[in-house]
Design a protein around this ligand. Structure first.
Ligand code: ATP
Length: 513
């Protein structure tokens, strides 16, 4: 399936199967705002839990908090967001469409990358099993030429953004002859900075109301509570504080479904460390986070690191974990070495000391911070889009399967009576009554069993359990596995253990070891 078609299919499947709806759809929706439906809310919760367990429960020295969306407005002055949390925008004078200037350039590079991929695919076909991809991309003249072009463009973009040289960003767009993707026009305005924070007001009367921002990241709630948590939790460096929660950004262009939303959820962890140890912790968390991703089995080739050319104002090293979304490799998670920037700024703006007394060193210092920050919605999209497949079956039919990692699937098992009579529904409901204490389960008696299987395949349910006449004789049922479609006859009393073995968080997280 072509990537565009695949992405369309992902969006329509998410709606049809109760995963994601457009917000306020009956009023024609709200741009880049989405609602999670009955299955989506479960999948999202399971991803959040999977992250929380890996980060908080499995680490003695990481605790989780839940801070408010509203914060004192000085927070955002101290953090640098009031002055520097902006994206470079450019308007097309003919189409009146607005774009992120850096994204236009990055998308241009993605197209060149597409050419590299084509060369690789061609060579792969030519050389068959003996094909060595790593060797090919490091020696083939055409590929090297394309790669050099990408590197040169991205380097220049990074440097211009770093120096705030917006005129050069525009010059780059013009030199590369980048056109409005919708209309083909090259009639561009100058590039300007646009602050992404949403403003709001707190207070009952117009005169006394206080100007506030909706938080654009959850991290600052952690920084301002650093000392509270350290003291009350008697935390010793190195230690981490994690939280998940909503963040808001007035994104300039937001038209990639839940990839870029104006209201979204982050899962962030700030790890407080001794100054000077940031390099080793940066490497540690890069590896740990990649292992977490790989534990879900979405395919190692679908992830890559992308080191930042342009570092944010607070960082001394930064990398993205990029994922192969239906529209190409894009940022899924950021790992940032934030130095002591945030704590020092809050110390200065609040006038309160935010230091740590290190008993071993017998000295106080401002800790350095290593951050891992992943978008829950982007993770949802990564999991969902990667899991959706069309499979050709032996009898020349196709089936749509949502091969969600079983640990994340909203419903773990569906239970069917083969027919709606002879006492079979009663037994199926007894099984539901028993299993529902441990798992989300679903009862279905409508349509032929084959059709019910297909519905559950498309919904991502890992197991289907069918009660038939033999069940009445010997208390056995068939259990069908979503991915292999294999069916086995098992005892009803063994069902819980069979399902648990495949959906248990421990079983999945152990793969990180
Ligand atoms: P991008 O370059 O894609 O705008 P960013 O570098 O601004 O992302 P961060 O500030 O590092 O993103 O935020 C951490 C994570 O939060 C990102 O890796 C991403 O997964 C998620 N995220 C950021 N902005 C959005 C958004 N508008 N919608 C959904 N998720 C987002």
């Amino acid at each position: 399936m072509a990537n565009d078609d695949k992405f369309k299919k992902v969006i329509s499947h998410a709606k049809e199967y109760g995963y994601v709806f457009q917000s306020s759809e009956i009023y024609d929706g709200l741009s880049a705002v989405y609602d999670y439906a009955q299955n989506g809310a479960e999948l999202k919760k399971n991803i959040r839990d999977y992250w929380w367990k890996a980060m908080v429960q499995m680490h003695e020295n990481i605790v989780g908090i839940d801070t408010a969306i509203f914060m004192h407005p000085t927070t955002w002055k101290a953090s640098g967001h009031v002055d520097a949390f902006s994206d470079p925008l450019i308007d097309n004078k003919d189409s009146k469409k607005r774009y992120r200037a850096d994204v236009l350039v990055e998308d241009y590079c993605l197209k060149i990358e597409g050419k590299i991929n084509k060369e690789v695919a061609k060579a792969q076909k030519r050389f068959g099993d003996s094909f060595n991809k790593a060797e090919f991309v490091s020696t083939n003249g055409r590929v090297l030429g394309y790669q050099e072009k990408i590197d040169t463009i991205l380097k220049r973009l990074g440097q211009s953004l770093e120096k705030e040289d917006l005129a050069d960003v525009k010059a780059l767009i013009e030199e590369l002859e980048i056109a409005d993707p919708l209309t083909g026009s090259r009639n561009w305005t100058d590039v300007k900075q646009f602050n992404l924070m949403f403003g709001t007001k707190l207070g009952a009367s117009a005169e006394s109301a206080m100007d506030l921002y909706l938080r654009p990241e959850t991290a600052q709630g952690i920084f301002v509570n650093f000392l509270n948590v350290q003291k009350t939790g008697r935390m010793k460096i190195p230690f981490g504080i994690a939280q998940t929660g909503k963040a808001f950004r007035n994104e300039i262009v937001a038209r990639q479904f839940i990839f870029r939303m104006r209201e979204f959820e982050q899962m962030e962890m700030q790890f407080f460390i001794k100054p000077g140890t940031q390099k080793e912790w940066f490497e540690y968390w890069k590896e740990a986070r990649m292992k977490w991703h790989n534990s879900l089995g979405l395919g190692k080739d679908n992830y890559r690191f992308h080191d930042h050319e342009k570092l944010a104002h607070y960082a001394d090293a930064a990398t993205d974990i990029e994922f192969n979304f239906p529209f190409g490799f894009k940022e899924l998670e950021g790992i940032h070495s934030r130095t002591d920037f945030d704590l020092k700024q809050h110390q200065e703006f609040s006038g309160k000391k935010l230091q740590y007394f290190d008993h071993e060193e017998n000295a106080s210092y401002t800790p350095y911070v290593l951050e891992t920050s992943i978008g829950l919605d982007r993770m949802f999209l990564a999991v969902f889009s990667n899991s959706l497949v069309e499979e050709e079956l032996e009898n020349n039919t196709t089936r749509t399967v949502l091969k969600l990692p079983a640990v994340l699937a909203p419903t773990k098992a569906a239970v069917f009576p083969l027919v709606k009579k002879d006492g079979l529904p009663e037994v199926a409901k007894e099984i539901i009554e028993d299993l529902k204490w441990d798992f989300n389960v679903f009862y279905d008696e409508k349509d032929a069993v084959g059709k019910r299987y297909r519905r559950q395949d498309a919904n991502g349910t890992p197991f289907c359990i069918t009660v038939d006449h033999e069940t009445l004789e010997n208390n056995t049922v068939t259990i069908r596995h979503r991915d292999t479609m294999e069916q086995k006859r098992v005892k009803i009393e063994d069902l819980k253990a069979i399902i648990k073995a495949e959906v248990d968080v421990k079983h999945w997280l152990m793969r990180m070891q």
